[in-house]
Design a binder for this molecule. Structure first.
Ligand code: G6P
Length: 622
């Protein structure tokens, strides 16, 4: 979902700094990008004059810094777009300016009442230049900023924010004002503070001093400069402006509703910026697949008291719901099988976007366990709102520390996979799977047994992931790279993995891929099998092996080309992808070769595996 990044501080290359930061947020959207720089009114660099706008269609990573001319400026705001309202073109790219060109806004979210607001503004004579919902925001702000208005940019932004329905995070700047004002309701917004100097050790403060401030959708944009951050919460806004002596900058925090000051906590995060580099790998996706050599082990490194606490919450709950979206939703779906088998316990699984349908069953005995890599997925956050309303306890299994899910969960189990950059999730997926498996063991009262079993699986994965294995998958990819469709089957916890395998293949190879429960194939999808149609089958080593092989035979008899993912070869297989036999950790192991297969298919089909078309890593709209 769109990425926002803005800067106000003591450096005079704000535009360049914002473009560099936006490059780190590209995973949030890559249809177009743009930025505004406040250009000083005088040649000696004093005062803020006009807003200079630059926009481009395409991926920001494809534009070297030399493409741009950066004037002297200490204030800039930028945006990388994942289109929602309005086609991908230059006029719909952000930032958007008010019709008089005096207010600039970058926005992430959806203004649900944009049509109504647009009509109101049009009646007042405002001419719109884009098809976006966002454009109403700078125009609303500008409509308050009349010569008689004494509230300034902050009050104009507050009034505009109060009129918006939907989810939003936006940053505004105005001609002639050395200020950034931002507001949040639903979409993430984080303030980074360079050279943070509190007057005391108390980090809960309403006014913060710093040499420079950043406002971004995510931390990587400014990690190079600072680790001191303030997370804006829903309904809050921030104003950044120079100190009276003009020797540093202040940030003040307010409530959108009534303009009252709010106290915020400055947090020092311990992200490592180095982790976001590709190193020797051609793509982040491949690097992250290989990082699974260690990330599964890291996921097991949980505070045992926290795991036991969650296990107790599950045992005591009347209705435990695992929720997630996309890949995380498929991870959740394995819980149904893992908990049944390991802990003899029924749990509910539902996509984040469907959770509202369960509201009649939610009580203060219900438990919500949200699985999310980013911790910012709008559908998951909506589920949290419903949960809170009903007094439901919440647990977050989340990778991004400090994210909304992490901050709003009663208990957090950190995924510890490190920053995941490729849009298609890989290392976060297997780490989440490991945690849910561990949790099932904890509920069964067998945490140590679970840990041992998973540690053994992690070491087998370490052995498996080597260049030869990747080459083997590449060879298979070459054989199937031109197929129109392929299918994946699995039974029990391998069934959700068949669904996850399908997503992985769809996301980066753009081949039509579908996953089925192995036994379901004969009830319809078998009609789709013709000579040479590839079928990837997760064939268990022991339990259910015979069942799944029967389903495979049915496809083979109709000319299907069988790619068996199994600890042992079988005469039905045209291709064999070897995986170790790791018992209840099998779903974790099985998905890894398919991640590699998807990666190689993407590269062979000349797709960018890191930035698949039409997608974004973090989807912060409903
Ligand atoms: C988006 C991404 C998917 C991801 C899903 C859930 O759709 O493209 O890769 O699985 O969001 O994201 P989360 O951050 O909540 O795990």
């Amino acid at each position: 979902m769109c990425g926002i990044f803005s800067y106000l501080g003591n450096q005079s290359n704000a535009g360049k700094l914002v473009v560099e930061g936006l490059k780190k947020l590209e995973y949030r959207g890559y249809d177009s990008f743009g930025f505004v720089e406040a250009v000083p009114a005088t040649s000696s660099g004093q005062g803020n004059g006009k807003l200079k706008l630059t926009k481009k269609v395409g991926k920001i990573s494809e534009f070297p810094l030399s493409t741009f001319y950066f004037p002297i400026s200490n204030l800039a705001l930028g945006h990388t777009r994942w289109a929602t309202h309005g086609k991908v073109n230059l006029r719909n790219a952000h930032p958007h300016l008010s019709a008089d060109g005096k207010v600039a806004v970058v926005h992430n979210g959806i203004v649900e009442n944009h049509a109504e607001l647009r009509k109101e503004l049009q009646k007042k004579g405002v001419k719109f230049a884009s098809d976006t919902d966002t454009e109403v925001i700078p125009n609303l702000i500008a409509s308050y900023l009349t010569p008689r208005f004494t509230g300034g940019l902050r009050e104009a932004v507050r009034r505009a924010a109060k009129k918006l329905k939907g989810r939003f995070a936006f940053v505004a700047a105005a001609e002639g004002a050395e200020k950034l004002v931002a507001a949040r309701s639903g979409s993430p917004l984080i303030v980074g503070i360079e050279k943070f100097y509190p007057k005391s050790d108390d980090r809960l403060i309403s006014k913060i001093d710093g040499s420079a401030f950043f406002i971004a959708s995510d931390v990587p944009a400014f990690l190079k400069f600072t680790r001191d951050v303030v997370y804006l919460d829903d309904g809050e806004m921030v104003e950044i402006e120079p100190s009276p002596k003009n020797d540093h900058f202040h940030a003040h925090f307010f409530e959108i509703e009534n303009g009252k000051t709010v106290k915020k906590r400055v947090i020092s995060i311990d992200w490592k910026s180095g982790k976001a580099e590709k190193g020797d790998f051609a793509h982040f996706m491949l690097k992250e697949i290989f990082e699974q050599k260690e990330t599964i082990e890291r996921a097991l490194n949980q505070d045992e008291r926290q795991i036991e606490k969650v296990a107790e919450l599950i045992r005591k709950s009347f209705g435990a719901f695992f929720i997630g979206c996309g890949t995380a939703g498929k991870v959740c779906a394995t819980a149904e099988y893992l908990f049944a088998k390991i802990a003899r316990r029924h749990v509910n699984v539902i996509f984040g976007s469907e959770f509202d349908t369960q509201e009649p069953f939610l009580t203060n005995k219900t438990l919500l366990i949200a699985v999310s890599q980013s911790g910012e997925t709008a559908d998951v956050l909506e589920a949290f709102k419903i949960a809170k309303k009903r007094g439901v306890r919440t647990v977050g299994v989340v990778n991004v520390e400090g994210s909304s899910v992490a901050r709003h969960s009663d208990v957090v189990l950190p995924v510890n996979a490190g920053m995941e950059k490729a849009v298609a999730s890989t290392k976060a997926t297997t780490a989440q799977l490991a945690i849910l498996t561990l949790l099932a063991y904890a509920v069964a009262g067998k945490l140590d047994e679970g840990k041992q079993m998973l540690a053994e699986a992690a070491s087998q994965i370490n052995d498996l992931l080597n260049p030869r294995y990747s080459e083997h998958l590449e060879k298979i990819a070459r054989k199937i790279k031109n197929v129109e469709s392929l299918y994946i089957i699995g039974k029990a916890a391998d069934y959700p993995m068949a669904l996850e395998a399908a997503i992985k293949l769809q996301e980066v190879s753009y081949i039509h891929a579908e996953g089925f429960a192995a036994g379901e194939l004969k009830h319809g999808p078998l009609a789709l099998i013709t000579k040479g149609t590839p079928l990837i089958a997760f064939v268990p080593a022991e339990e259910y092996r015979a069942d799944v092989l029967s389903n495979v035979a049915e496809v083979k008899a109709r000319g299907g080309r069988i790619i068996g993912v199994s600890a042992e070869n079988d005469e039905l297989f045209d291709e064999w992808i070897r995986v170790p036999n790791v018992g209840n950790a099998q779903p974790i192991v099985n998905i890894i070769p398919i991640q590699l297969l998807a990666y190689h298919l993407a590269v062979l089909r000349k797709n960018n595996p890191d930035l698949p078309r039409n997608l974004a890593k973090s989807v912060t709209v409903k």
